[in-house]
Design a protein around this ligand. Structure first.
Ligand code: BMA
Length: 311
């Protein structure tokens, strides 16, 4: 197969980037890495906004078609709270899951451990039903940790959390289980980084796992440190619906920095998806991603094409 015949799985939306610091209603240094969910017939993004101090908070942007006419809230929805152990350096990279059995949305994001030497990154959980009132559930799991998301349903009676601890210098994707969202265990490696591959330096979950008839679809980012900096790209895997074993994993990356807004920014050569929305009518997957740690962009894929490719 040559590049001409290669079918592009993820097509960039022609109006990219869809959100930038220039169209933000208040002063912002960068807007990127948004969580995404369908809420009240709209696409709701929880966008990571980095202020000019270099600290992040999360702000809501909404759109009817998920592409145009974004309504951006004039104030943050979520900021770090010291009473929950979160240091002032902020909240980053949210993922949003609707938990059927609790009838509420759970947000997982990166926060920093207050009062711990070096303020290492960890995982905070928040719940909400209306995206107006938020319940802070505090920091979970040991730091350093990032890139966490719940599965949208329990598996064999357990809530399941994907996360990315750093252990002995390795940054692999792990999975842990809980009965109450508070205490986590049965931890195991789910997707390791691959030696000398495009995802050799670090891997981390992107958007929350997507349930399909063929298994849980995992969209993840892989990083490779190179002589001219790190490149973040996107890979795919499929997990068994029950055992959560990896049944397929693409060898190649499927989406990487190509356009200027992905190649040049605060951090060059980054595509970093944290949220998807499925358009039930077209079976299209809208993938929202941060580009070059500066702006928000959108890529669109056919769910069937992704599954065919993986199988
Ligand atoms: C990761 C995270 C992301 C960021 C990416 C690229 O470690 O911190 O927030 O987009 O690096 O800089």
């Amino acid at each position: 197969m040559n590049n001409k015949n290669f079918k592009e799985l993820f097509k960039r939306y022609e109006g990219n980037p869809i959100l930038t610091p220039e169209n933000w209603p208040y002063e912002a240094g960068a807007v990127f890495n948004p969580g995404a969910i369908k809420f009240n017939d709209e696409v709701l993004l929880l966008v990571r906004v980095e202020d000019k101090q270099g600290h992040s908070h999360l702000t809501i942007a909404r759109s009817k078609d998920g592409k145009t006419n974004w309504q951006i809230n004039p104030a943050p929805a979520l900021t770090a709270k010291q009473e929950y152990g979160e240091a002032i350096f902020g909240l980053e990279d949210p993922r949003i899951t609707w938990l059927e059995d609790r009838q509420e949305y759970i947000i997982t994001c990166v926060s920093f451990f207050d009062g711990v030497a070096g303020s290492p990154p960890g995982i905070s959980l928040m719940s909400t039903r209306d995206f107006l009132n938020f319940n802070h559930l505090g920091q979970k799991l040991m730091p350093p940790n990032k890139d966490a998301s719940l599965f949208p349903k329990t598996v064999n009676g357990y809530y399941v959390l994907i996360h990315r601890p750093i252990i002995e210098g390795r940054a692999d994707i792990w999975v842990s289980f809980s009965k109450d969202l508070d205490f986590w265990g049965k931890d195991r490696v789910l997707i390791p980084s691959r030696h000398r591959s495009w995802d050799c330096s670090r891997v981390g979950l992107g958007p929350p796992p997507i349930e399909t008839p063929d298994g849980w679809l995992i969209i993840y980012h892989g990083a490779r440190d190179t002589a001219s900096g790190t490149i973040y790209r996107v890979g795919l895997a499929l997990l068994d619906l029950e055992t959560l074993e990896v049944i397929h994993q693409a060898k190649d990356w499927v989406f990487g920095p190509k356009e200027m807004y992905e190649k040049v920014g605060d951090v060059d050569n980054i595509v970093f998806p944290c949220g998807t929305v499925v358009d039930e009518k077209t079976n299209e997957l809208l993938v929202y991603y941060g580009a070059a740690d500066s702006v928000v962009s959108l890529a669109i894929a056919k769910l069937d094409d992704i599954l065919d490719y993986l199988k």
